[in-house]
Design a binder for this molecule. Structure first.
Ligand SMILES: *Cc1c(COP(=O)(O)O)cnc(C)c1O
Length: 360
């Protein structure tokens, strides 16, 4: 069996141990005689899976009691609508535009109220994070929205914005569980799990309980009210059962690895290997300003489209797959999420060095 080094931005690489365990349990989950895919979401055995997943996630992130954890569906993109529908009590919110995902959330919010652009890095193709220390935030804004790690452009907020007392709402899809987080700084944190946690189809939303109210925008569907899912503990309807089960396994894997501060250390070490090489290479270069670099998504270019294409092709043949940059940016992007081993990045850098020698 040959596993490739998968640098996909998402769906992305998962820990091999987790996949093996899931394979072992495929036909008979712990003596139940069923696959998790086949069992009732109302069964005792499934209830234990989802409750334990929540407990482990709470432990990993240090989620305080007054925050609710929801396992939802519809991907991160459904949250683009769900957030304004539930949180725009004054029909106004501020958005920081740092890339495509923030822009999409911004456009969606405009359907429901006044979405104000607070800052943007569009002037330099989103290659940096704008200064967010003194944004034009007004009292009547219900929240300030950021995309904390920009999957496509490879930037990350290393300092959270000064929200001037407004609630901070963050899309953490591509940096979920990659480092410790102070949940109390946010009103709502959410992410699709297919980048760093599990299979596509699950989105996790962590929301402070006082933000969960009956008072939502008129016409909000039952399924899109946070309160529906809080009241039913993520079991209002059939949840993405199997996906949640895999997420639960990844939480256990992360705990076993030593938790989020250990993951941060590993991720920093992995990313440094690649960034250090990019900084000294005469062929490749990173596209993001140094201080805003993401630990998870590393875009880079040669400056020559033909060479880029040649690199992607040869890398793939050598077992380094999904290195092509996002269709809107071009070049290359290596996504080096939690489950990408150090060895994978080391071998990629070696491959890049060889490519550089052969293509002077
Ligand atoms: C992938 C991604 C999304 C979109 O996720 P879907 O689950 O496909 O809707 C949104 N935000 C960020 C930061 C992402 O990386």
């Amino acid at each position: 069996m040959a596993r490739v080094y998968n640098f996909s931005a998402g769906p992305a690489v998962l820990p091999e141990e987790v996949l093996r365990e899931a394979a072992d349990e495929m036909l008979d989950y712990k003596g139940s005689g069923q696959s998790v895919m086949e069992m009732s979401h109302r069964s005792k055995v499934y209830d234990q899976i989802i409750k334990e997943a929540e407990k482990d996630l709470r432990e990993l992130m240090g989620i305080p009691e007054n925050y609710k954890v929801l396992f939802l569906q519809g991907g991160a993109s459904t949250q683009f609508a769900m957030i304004p529908m539930n949180l725009m009590k004054h029909k106004k919110a501020g958005y920081v535009l740092t890339g495509q995902w923030a822009k999409k959330a911004f456009s969606e919010a405009k359907i429901y109220g006044e979405a104000v652009e607070l800052a943007s890095s569009a002037d330099k193709t989103f290659s940096y994070i704008p200064d967010c220390s003194d944004l034009p935030i007004t009292e009547d804004m219900d929240y300030v929205y950021i995309c904390e790690n920009n999957t496509i452009y490879g930037t990350k907020f290393h300092t959270l914005p000064n929200t001037k007392g407004r609630e901070l709402v963050a899309d953490v899809s591509s940096c979920f569980l990659s480092e410790p987080v102070d949940v109390t700084k946010y009103g709502l944190i959410y992410g699709g799990v297919q980048k760093n946690i599990g299979p596509a189809g699950v989105v996790i939303t962590i929301i402070r309980e006082d933000l969960v109210t009956e008072e939502v925008l008129p016409g909000t569907p039952t399924m899109l009210k946070y309160k529906t899912h809080v009241d039913a503990e993520s079991l209002y309807n059939t949840p993405p059962c199997y996906g949640i089960y895999i997420c639960g396994k990844v939480f256990k894997w992360l705990k076993q690895m030593g938790g989020l501060s250990e993951m941060k250390k590993r991720n920093e070490k992995k990313a440094a290997l690649l960034y250090d090489y990019l900084d000294k290479s005469s062929l490749f270069r990173g596209t993001v300003v140094k201080e805003d670099r993401s630990l998870m998504n590393v875009p880079f270019v040669t400056g020559n489209d033909e060479l880029n294409a040649k690199f992607v092709k040869e890398a793939e043949a050598a077992g380094f797959v999904n290195l092509k940059g996002h269709r809107t940016v071009g070049g290359m992007r290596a996504s080096i999420y939690n489950a990408m081993p150090y060895e994978g990045v080391a071998k990629l850098v070696q491959f890049m060095e060889d490519f550089e020698k052969n293509n002077r």
